[in-house]
Write a protein that binds this ligand. Structure first.
Ligand SMILES: [Zn+2]
Length: 115
């Protein structure tokens, strides 16, 4: 009888332990969600220097002078000389010739520096 009682007690402790653990895990998960979102925000903010405004000087953006830049097909003013992602929509930047990037910008109403 004594042994059975101990077993019941152990199962009870184990069960309450599992319940406590699952509550603890779900709480931890809930707390982590905003952290994850703010991490993504920080990552996006780090790339925001490639969002161009005003009169866009493509030749300055093309630092390595290969005649090509990386441009976002959604946000035309997001241009970088290196491959990457758009900080606004997360789309992968497409490699385009300077002339093509310029045409895209002008067609969408952006101002481009003329030489
Ligand atoms: Zn974009």
């Amino acid at each position: 009888m004594k042994t059975r009682l101990n077993e019941t007690l152990q199962i009870g402790i184990l069960a309450s332990g599992i319940i406590f653990l699952s509550i603890f895990i779900s709480c931890t998960k809930n707390n982590k969600t905003p952290d994850h979102q703010s991490m993504n925000m920080e990552k996006n903010q780090a790339d925001s220097t490639i969002v161009r405004s005003g009169i866009i000087d493509l030749e300055t953006i093309d630092k390595n002078k290969d005649g090509k830049v990386y441009q976002d097909m959604m946000d035309w003013n997001v241009i970088s000389d290196e491959p990457g992602k758009c900080p606004l929509c997360g789309m992968k930047l497409k490699e385009v010739a300077l002339e093509e990037a310029k045409k895209n910008l002008i067609d969408s109403g952006y101002k481009v520096m003329e030489k």
